[in-house]
Design a protein around this ligand. Sequence first.
Ligand code: SF4
Length: 514
Amino acid sequence: MNIEKFQASMYELIVETSTNLPKDVRRAVKAAKEMESAGTRAAMSLATITNNIKMADDNVSPICQDTGLPTFKIKTPVGVNQIELKKAIYNAIAEATKDGKLRPNSVDSLTGENSGDNLGIGLPVVKFEQWEKDYIDARLILKGGGCENKNIQYSLPCELEGLGRAGRDLDGIRKCILHSVYQAQGQGCSAGFIGVGIGGDRSSGYDLAKEQLFRSNDDVNPHEDLRKLEEYIMENANELGIGTMGFGGETTLLGCKIGVMNRIPASFFVSVAYNCWAFRRLGVTVNAETGEINEWLYQEGDKIDFAQEAEKEAATTTETDTKVVTLQAPITEEQIRELKVGDVVRIDGRMFTGRDAIHKYLSENDAPVDLNGQIIYHCGPVMLKDKDGKWNVKAAGPTTSIREEPYQGDIMKKFGIRAVIGKGGMGPKTLAALQEHGGVYLNAIGGAAQYYADCIKSVDGVDLMQFGIPEAMWHLTVEGFTAVVTMDAHGNSLHQDVDKSSLEKLAQFKDRVF
Ligand code: SF4
């Protein structure tokens, strides 16, 4: 085996997976877009998403800034040295990180220290299997934290909100799957894909669920009962009305794949792996002697070119009456109190990034800059220094905001922050603080890392670099940065509203016959 060539092939696989969404996923996103009426928040979000996919194509840059946890599945002929292959994969991952195709995303679980190259104990995940064929099959999925955190496992029988008892049969499984879509809301960057594993134990059940995400979205399940269940879920889950980003809308689910394995009599697990719209999964076959790529996988069917789609849309789109408010920091309390849930906001000027480490730091220390009237963006960007030592933004979408719930309200009040931007919404503590202090929560489009990177016109400084690139406080100047008010200073939360209405719709499935 030419191991240098194999390493180059793996580098190509990593870059393509990170930057070029597979054909089957593009088709599903396009179909979702066609379902939404012009002028709705869902339509606007999907337009941003398709624009982002196009920009990632053009720039060969990450579709989403969250590299996620890279998982390789490799099948090798008997006799191939798997230790060498693993080393080559590690090298390719480190190289792709250095080139800004992946964000440094591997941290020490105890200290939080970022390794800087996406390597570390247990990362990336590489799973080997031997097979009888004479070539290597290598597949990769980059699954982000926002959607990974929405995975769920059910131990049957159990009681489910809205659906009552889920028993140890196909109907109980049906209820679990519908519930898994409901509980994810928009937090996993819906519309999403789910892989479901029935049976096994807690760990093999989740493995089986993730395994389903390696199936093509267009395949047909050979197991008759599971085929019917997949179709049922696809026909019905969208009735929940959660929609893209949880803004409400026609499409909540883009794909559902279900697998089954045996279990022991005492256990009955249904495990669900949720994947966001930025479903980065590709594969190649590799010549086991030369190490060169023979063939790219997941290539069936048409490839949607979203650049052409955008041109067609521009020719047919009419103006909508969505209210767009421009904000520029420092923002006053009066300006904030005028905003209402549903308003679209365009931000020009300054914002500061801040995620987990910054929020904890600010809760215990003074801020390194004056945050009065300012905007905090929940974002861990991909940054690269150019040869002149200047920082460039490679990807900069929002991260999941709910992680900052314990700190957010207090920090806003302590420093006079007027707006926070993130994705997925926040909880009651933040909502109460927004009302009391005069603040808003703005939901940006999760995964639209290229779109938002393009809005960043300059990187003017950085503080707290000791937390690593994604966690540092970056000082950004933006132009035309668009987001939706989903929590306002009047006690309203779109997230709460959509949760409530989707729970009511979920309850309608309680006694439906499958
Ligand atoms: S699209 Fe959303 S859930 Fe998916 S990787 Fe990006 S931020 Fe995470």
